[in-house]
Design a protein around this ligand. Structure first.
Ligand SMILES: [Zn+2]
Length: 451
């Protein structure tokens, strides 16, 4: 379906049309985790939001080159590695694997690439050297800093205004920086942590430099269509990425900057270690399905904060079970009737309606209302004694299409020979008006998800 796609761009503070730089292909990057511990549930929200965006773009006929990184060089990783008595490489490899395992139940659309900061060091050195050449960076003390003052529209994404008391002044707390807003591109280090030889000395890059360099390197182009992440990354991380891009090649790095709202604890209080209310993604996904987690996040617009509660997740789990149950029962009936399945018989109006909501700045909650309506229709059909196999097939095809669009995962139900026998016995008992037997068989079929 050809449709216009509108997304909220933080820089323009408005919904804007997505016009891919390369017609037909969308380039998307969202900031991935710093791999030094298990991710908490709030970190997973952007992953799910961008997964739905990828699905919506693909359903609109676009190719998507989506990339998310692993920040595997960071002071936090070094500190944790030392605390645990293992190398940074061991630690980050462990938490990358833990992250991937934890997200498996979400059945995410595979990404084009997952670059690691540690594999992009050479490009970062070249990048910093060019910033120095271009006059956007300076050496001070043992470090290389970015000169924020050189970027006239600094603050373009976050709309953070420079504090007039601080900007442009030499400041006492760090004698070496020219401006409080300046940030380290390369830090000379003599600690125990990982370090690399570079033209600027033996040290390591700053986080803001890692992401911008990975983008330029992995996409082989100066500007991408969409750069995203959590709300907390808008400033200073994304602002500083953009500033470096301006200094490097004069481009703003991305045409659209998308930011995903926070997950808070119940009643909107901040999730934090000190309050003891942090929910780890792995703990939640050990107890609940990926579908439940998705439906929980889908209940609120992606730009708004969402409050976690056990009740909300349990409710989402019930909804997920009802959705999957409806499709399973359709699949079972179709197989019991030996009706040929045709995925192309789906309700195009319903699908386009849901897709239309997603193309309107990812109104996922509205798209879910379309799915809810189609599930109800399916349940009505299943209760109708005069239902035709064509109606069942079309309903199953519609639910399958909508599930795919929204990332709801459903392992297809396959009817066995034993199930067929059970169903035949059930039909026979009903025909004989043997209500005791038919009730018992019906119960057994319901437990199998067939009726
Ligand atoms: Zn980043």
């Amino acid at each position: 379906m050809k449709t216009s796609i509108r997304l909220f761009d933080s820089a323009r503070n408005d919904r804007v049309d997505l016009t891919p730089i390369e017609p037909g292909t969308v380039t998307l990057y969202y900031c991935g985790p710093t791999v030094y511990n298990y991710v908490h549930l709030g970190n997973v929200r952007p992953v799910i939001v961008f997964d739905v965006l990828i699905r919506a773009l693909q359903a609109s006929g676009l190719k998507v080159k989506a990339v998310s990184n692993y920040t595997d060089i960071d002071d936090k990783i070094i500190a944790e590695a030392q605390r645990e008595g293992r190398s940074e490489q061991e630690l980050s490899a462990y938490y990358i694997k833990a992250y991937e395992d934890c997200l498996a139940p979400l059945h995410l659309v595979p990404l084009y690439a997952h670059p690691k900061a540690s594999e992009t060091i050479g490009a970062m050195e070249d990048f910093i050297a060019k910033l120095l050449d271009n006059g956007f960076a300076y050496r001070a003390g043992n470090d290389v800093f970015f000169a924020v003052d050189e970027v006239s529209d600094y603050g373009a994404i976050s709309h953070v205004k420079p504090d007039e008391n601080q900007a442009g002044k030499r400041i006492a707390i760090n004698e070496v920086k020219h401006d409080l807003r300046d940030f380290a591109l390369w830090k000379l280090t003599d600690d125990e942590g990982i370090k690399f030889d570079s033209p600027f000395g033996r040290g390591r890059p700053g986080w803001h430099t890692e992401c911008v360099t990975m983008i330029k390197t992995v996409f082989h182009q100066p500007v991408i269509d969409i750069h995203g992440g959590g709300f907390d990354l808008k400033f200073p991380h994304h602002e500083n990425e953009r500033a470096q891009s301006i200094g490097y090649d004069g481009t703003p790095l991305a045409n659209i900057w998308m930011h995903v709202g926070f997950l808070t604890a119940a009643k909107g209080e901040k999730m934090s270690k000190s309050l003891g209310n942090v929910v780890l993604a792995k703990d939640l996904l050990a107890k609940h399905s990926g579908n439940a987690l998705r439906l929980f996040f889908y209940s609120t617009h992606y730009r708004s904060p969402i409050a976690y509660s056990d009740e909300a997740i349990e409710q989402a789990e019930e909804t997920a079970t009802r959705y999957i149950g409806a499709l399973h029962r359709l699949q079972a009936r179709i197989q019991l009737l030996d009706a040929p399945y045709d995925s192309e018989t789906y309700d195009q109006d319903a699908f386009n309606e849901a897709l239309g909501y997603l193309c309107d700045d990812l109104n996922i909650a509205n798209a879910v209302t379309v799915l809810e309506r189609e599930v109800r229709k399916a349940l009505t059909l299943l209760r109708n004694p005069r239902v035709t196999s064509d109606q069942l097939v079309a309903s199953a095809a519609t639910l399958t299409k909508l599930f795919d669009l929204l990332g709801i995962y459903c392992e297809p139900l396959m009817v066995t020979a034993e199930d067929r026998q059970l169903y035949a016995d059930y039909q026979a008992a009903r025909a004989k008006k043997d209500f005791a037997a038919s009730d018992q068989l019906r119960q057994a079929l319901m437990e199998k998800g067939i009726l």
